[in-house]
Each structure stands twice: as structure tokens, then as C-alpha cells.
Design a binder for this molecule. Structure first.
Ligand SMILES: C[S@@+](CC[C@H](N)C(=O)[O-])C[C@H]1O[C@@H](n2cnc3c(N)ncnc32)[C@H](O)[C@@H]1O
Length: 312
């Protein structure tokens, strides 16, 4: 598979593939955890370098696809259904601790957004769902139809960074029951003060906020970052690709703290925190897809890669 190629055989095109491989430096005998195996795009590139991979995903449909794609690698790869929030126990149970590298490629895959019934897409009519894990109870339908107006406004404001959150929440509650993606998009668009100038759909931020609520995305990310540092061997690397500012901010802050020898406030007369740096930053500046990658795969346009190395 050519690095950076888009949609091999119609599969999700792995974002920043070459940059991830260069950052994680897989080689024979190395062990890696791909916490978001999806359709195995990044996993395949690591396997091609003769390293072993533990692949985790919440989505059983994605795992079915991944399983077929990695079949020829036999015992070099282990795929498990699970939440990356439980990374440390999954790695330990499967003999992948300590590891040489951990990858988190956050967000959703092309398989999920393009499968209408999963209810992720604004433009494809489906019952509201948005679960990565189809066995969990909470769905977008329940959030939209049972949460209070205040809870909806808060989550749209906080997780969608949407200025019109209150007005949108009021419209949602007024128009309930709302059963489908397209009806929700219509209600949100109808409550927007004006059309967005950027050309993105006016319901994009609301959909993001609801999806993040359904899947507890920020809470899971926080646990995964902690888990990753606990299982990384010295000189092992953590690579995280995020797709929006809230995720990227969380990763940036986490790595800033974990790469600092002291976290005392600047006003402190002397260090009293007892903190020690657990990682060093591999890239000071965030890594973004090249224009040539974006020409092939515009869905990667908001991707941001940060890499850190375990030092102690
Ligand atoms: C962007 S896709 C990964 C694509 C993959 N790197 C590839 O190249 O095919 C993100 C994947 O993460 C999974 N995911 C999201 N949250 C998760 C979590 N908390 N635990 C495990 N998997 C999760 C989603 O189901 C989705 O398949």
C-alpha cells in the first residue's frame, strides 16, 4: 500500500499515515497498540514493518473489516473490541505492556459517516444514533429527546463551541420529538441567526457536540492519555491525531504538563510540586497533512498530530 494513498479498495483513508509511521518508528519485534484500529489503515502500515500490533476499537463493524484486512499477518496482530479508556488493562491482558508505541486516531471513520443508519451524518437520513459502540444504551435520540433544554444548551456550547447554543436548544425542545438526523439538521439550521459564511452546515457543531456526549469522547481521551503513559516503555512513543480544537487542546495541555519538570504556578518562589517530566515532546509544532494529502483526502483537513516520547 502506498503511503498516503486515499481509500485503498474503498476503505477509510488513513490520515497522516507517513507521519505516523515516521513518528512511531515500528520495526521487527516492536510492539504497538493502535487504540482506534478502525479499518486498520495505520495498523497495516505498522504490520508491514514487521512489528506486532494490538488493535482496539469500540465498533464491531469496523473490527470485522479490519480482521479481514490483517488476516495474512496471523499472530503478528491481535484485534479486540473495547474502549481505549481501558487501554492499560487491554494492553496488560493481551501481553502488550510495556509497548514501543501507542496510536490514537480520534473521531469517526469514513465507514461510520458513510453508513447512513449509524446516524452520524447531517446529510443522510437516519434515526438519530451516533454510537461508536452499537451495544451501549445512550444514543443521540435519547440526548435530543430526553435531556433538559439547559443540558442541551450546555453541551452544545461546551462541546460544539456554538455561540447560538441557547437558541438551538430552545428550538430542539420546542420541536420534539425529533427522530432523524435530517430533521435535527433542519431544526438547528432553522434556528441559526444567519447562514455560516464558511460554507459548513449550520448544524455541524451541534452534531459534533451530541456525538461527543453520546460517546463520552473527552472523558475517554483523558483516560487513554493517562493509560498510554503507563504502558509505554522508555523511548516508546505516543502519537495522537485529533480532529477538532477541544481534543487537540486536551492533548496539548496533557503533553505540556507531562513534559514539564515543574508545574508550580509562575508566582511560586520555589518549586514545591514534586512533579517530574514523564515525556519529551517529539514535535514542538503540531503536524498537519500536506497539501498533496489533502488533495487526495479532503476529510483530513482538520487533522493535527502530536507526538511525545516516554523518558522515564
Ligand atoms: C478515525 S477512525 C480510525 C481509522 C483508522 N486509523 C484507519 O486508518 O482505518 C477512529 C476510530 O476510533 C474508534 N473509537 C472512537 N472512540 C473510541 C474509544 N473510546 N475506544 C475505542 N475506539 C474508539 C471509532 O469507532 C473509529 O473506528
Amino acid at each position: 500500500m502506498a503511503l498516503g494513498a486515499t481509500g485503498v479498495d474503498g476503505h477509510h483513508a488513513p490520515v497522516l499515515l507517513q507521519e505516523v509511521v515516521e513518528s512511531l518508528r515500528p520495526s521487527a519485534g516492536g510492539r504497538f497498540v493502535d487504540c482506534t484500529v478502525g479499518e486498520a489503515g495505520h495498523t497495516l502500515a505498522i504490520l508491514e514493518r514487521d512489528a506486532q500490533v494490538l488493535g482496539i476499537d469500540l465498533d464491531s463493524d469496523a473490527l470485522d473489516v479490519a480482521r479481514k484486512r490483517v488476516e495474512k499477518y496471523g499472530e503478528q496482530v491481535h484485534l479486540v473490541a473495547g474502549n481505549f479508556a481501558d487501554l492499560e488493562s487491554a494492553a496488560t491482558e493481551n501481553g502488550y505492556a510495556p509497548v514501543n508505541g501507542v496510536l490514537l486516531d480520534l473521531g469517526f471513520s469514513s465507514l461510520q459517516i458513510d453508513t447512513a443508519i449509524r446516524g452520524f451524518s447531517i446529510n443522510r437520513e437516519s434515526r438519530l444514533d451516533m454510537r461508536f459502540d452499537s451495544t451501549q444504551r445512550l444514543t443521540a435520540h435519547e440526548v435530543v429527546n430526553t435531556f433538559s433544554e439547559r443540558e442541551i444548551a450546555d453541551l452544545i456550547f461546551r462541546l460544539g463551541e456554538e455561540k447560538s447554543a441557547r437558541r438551538i436548544a430552545k428550538a430542539i425542545v420546542r420541536e420534539r420529538p425529533i427522530d432523524t438526523t435530517t430533521r435535527l439538521a433542519e431544526v438547528v439550521a432553522g434556528s441559526a441567526r444567519r447562514r455560516s459564511r464558511s460554507g459548513i452546515h449550520p448544524a455541524t457543531r451541534t452534531f459534533q457536540a451530541i456525538r461527543m456526549t453520546v460517546n463520552r469522547e473527552l472523558e475517554n481521551l483523558r483516560d487513554a492519555l493517562e493509560g498510554a503513559l503507563r504502558i509505554l516503555a522508555t523511548a516508546g512513543r505516543l502519537a495522537v491525531i485529533s480532529y477538532h480544537s477541544l481534543e487537540d487542546r486536551m492533548v496539548k495541555r496533557f503533553l505540556r504538563v507531562e513534559s514539564s519538570a515543574c508545574v508550580c504556578p509562575p508566582s511560586a518562589p520555589s518549586c514545591a510540586c514534586g512533579h517530574t517530566a514523564r515525556v519529551k515532546l517529539v514535535n514542538r509544532r503540531v503536524i498537519k497533512p500536506s497539501q498533496s494529502e489533502l488533495d487526495l483526502n479532503p476529510r483530513g483537513r482538520s487533522a493535527r498530530l502530536r507526538v511525545a516520547e516516554r523518558i522515564a
